[in-house]
Design a protein around this ligand. Structure first.
Ligand SMILES: *[C@@H]1O[C@H](CO)[C@@H](O)[C@H](O)[C@H]1NC(C)=O
Ligand SMILES: *[C@@H]1O[C@H](CO)[C@@H](O)[C@H](O)[C@H]1NC(C)=O
Length: 285
């Protein structure tokens, strides 16, 4: 049935499902053949996209990639809500970091990581783990210990519908896999690909919230697409962020929450928490 959509899960939940089903070879293979990052992408070699970062947990000096995200200011990061909802309790939150700039060397060596301090999930976010088709307002902001970057992500205020049919760029920092084991090949650079913005097929996304926009591969490379571990990653047009990756459909069309309908919420959260603890007086936005 094509109406099934496959929820992008964080690698954390993938890890749980892999370890709990290792005795079931069928399921294990299905998981292990599922690459987690951008398919047929190219390696990002420019610093223009330095604002694309990775959410990671660091436990006992071990770094585990989770989702992808964008850093908007020295203290604020944009991602998908389903990527961070499991990390809201203090114990989980204490292990969560953003990892930036260099993804081929451990952040413990480069020191290119910073603590996640607080998570702000959209107040009307709804996601049902019992029903993959239920996913509303899957967008979140993450407040981090201040990081100084050369490039911060800029949000495009233009109504996303005005961009239908345009070429868009997606970048992902999802995990790769080696020898079938997730987490064994974490030191990989960001990958980049291109697609075309289109409306989503409501057959796949019946119960999903709209606004939602989709990206189809270009004719030149029909296999190039973002993938599971890239959830939370930005969709880019004219080097501005227009949407956040939330879901992959069975036809390899990817679905994104556009940012333009959420600009008020984003600005409001950032403005309201401007003077939070750990803030520095040099916020750029
Ligand atoms: C990451 O750091 C390594 C080691 O210093 C370096 O060789 C590599 O070029 C760096 N990558 C980027 C993208 O800066
Ligand atoms: C930031 O600015 C406020 C008001 O201008 C001031 O009271 C506070 O001490 C400053 N904080 C830091 C860390 O400089």
């Amino acid at each position: 049935m094509i109406e099934n959509i496959f929820k992008i899960v964080t690698s954390f939940s993938l890890l749980i499902s892999v370890s709990s089903t290792q005795d079931n070879e069928g399921i294990y293979l299905r998981q292990s053949t599922r690459a987690l990052r951008l398919i047929e992408g190219e390696t990002v070699t420019t610093t223009v996209y330095d604002y694309v970062i990775v959410l990671a947990s660091i436990i006992d000096q071990e770094v585990h990639r989770k989702c992808t995200a964008s850093i908007l200011t020295s203290r604020w990061v944009l991602t998908a809500a389903h990527c961070v909802e499991a990390y809201q309790d203090p114990v989980q939150l204490a292990r969560m970091y953003i990892w930036y700039k260099n993804f081929t060397v451990s952040p413990l060596e480069t020191k290119f990581y910073s603590k996640i301090l607080e998570i702000f999930i959209h107040p009307h976010y709804v996601y049902s783990y019992n029903n993959d088709q239920l996913d509303f307002n899957d967008i979140a902001l993450v407040r981090v210990r201040s990081v100084l970057m050369d490039n911060y992500g800029q949000l495009l205020a233009t109504d996303y519908l005005a961009l239908l049919g345009h070429e868009v760029t997606f970048i992902g920092g999802g995990q790769t896999e080696k020898r079938g084991f997730i987490d064994s090949d974490d030191m990989q650079p960001l990958r980049i690909g291109r697609g075309v913005l289109m409306t989503c097929d409501k057959n796949f996304l019946q119960k999903m919230s709209f606004p939602l926009i989709c990206v189809a591969p270009r004719c030149e490379n029909k296999k190039q697409t973002a993938w599971y571990g890239d959830a939370g990653a930005p969709l880019i047009h004219d080097n501005k962020i227009i949407a956040v990756l939330v879901t992959i459909t069975p036809t390899v069309v990817t679905a994104y929450v556009p940012v333009s309908p959420y600009l008020h919420w984003i600005y409001n959260v950032i403005e309201t928490h401007k003077n939070s603890l750990y803030s520095i007086n040099k916020t750029r936005f």
